[in-house]
Design a protein around this ligand. Structure first.
Ligand SMILES: Cc1cc2nc3c(=O)[nH]c(=O)nc-3n(C[C@H](O)[C@H](O)[C@H](O)COP(=O)(O)O)c2cc1C
Length: 205
């Protein structure tokens, strides 16, 4: 039996959901792939930004939310080119390190112990350790919501660089930090890999 929520459940302290835009996402806990987006800052140093609110359709990738104050947003506006890298478990924490190593003068890929490699179609570095890198150009951006501090950005994928390792390990997904609706107790966030349950017709009615 489902419960309906139009407002934040009383058990959850909305002011403590830092890192999340609102309680809806926190309660629903829908997964999305984990990406690390690379580009060059205006000073030529590499930048890496963790990005999990994203989806791919054909030759387009949409970032549902990019903070206006982030280096990534500046790169997308000024350069219009970036690489969306998908880490596996083996390099995920190095990618995450770039959140601390986020200074303007920091060469973030190198400082995090990762390797920058040349992209084929865009002027942005790829992360060698990530087995899937999508080279992208910005198509459009849109205000995410009235007065919001984040924007939705759509990019065109102009080159796909993929290593066979990805087939063995699979994409990492972000399992949202969730709050128990009854108790308000928070869990996660965690990372996971999709396990196949077989073809659609093998699933029960
Ligand atoms: C797992 C994870 C996912 C994230 N996803 C996003 C996202 O989708 N959009 C966003 O604006 N920030 C996201 N962030 C926060 C940014 O990665 C973080 O603010 C980063 O320091 C911004 O870096 P930059 O200033 O170099 O762009 C995420 C952080 C983590 C840890």
């Amino acid at each position: 039996m489902k419960q309906d929520f139009k407002e934040c459940p009383g058990s959850i302290d909305e002011s403590k959901l830092f890192g999340f835009k609102s309680w809806q996402e926190h309660v629903a806990g829908v997964v999305s792939p984990l990406a690390a987006v690379s580009g060059y800052k205006a000073n030529g140093r590499s930048n890496l930004t963790m990005e999990s609110w994203c989806a791919v359709h054909g030759d387009r990738i949409v970032f549902a939310s990019v903070e206006r104050g982030s280096h990534l947003y500046g790169i997308l506006r000024e350069r219009g080119e970036a690489v969306v890298n998908f880490p596996t478990a083996g390099c995920f924490n190095r990618c995450m390190r770039t959140i601390e190593l986020n200074g303007w003068d920091e060469d973030e890929i190198e400082s995090a112990g990762l390797t920058a490699e040349r992209a084929v179609e865009v002027d942005a570095p790829r992360v060698a350790e990530c087995p899937l890198s999508l080279e992208c150009r910005v198509l459009w951006e849109h205000e995410a919501g009235p007065g919001s501090s984040d924007v939705t950005v759509c990019l065109k994928i102009v080159n796909v660089a993929i290593d066979q390792e990805l087939c063995k390990e699979g994409l990492l997904y972000n399992i949202r930090s969730r709050s128990d609706i009854e108790t308000g107790v928070k869990t996660g966030p965690e990372a996971g890999v999709i396990r196949s349950l077989g073809s659609y017709d093998r699933l029960p009615e």
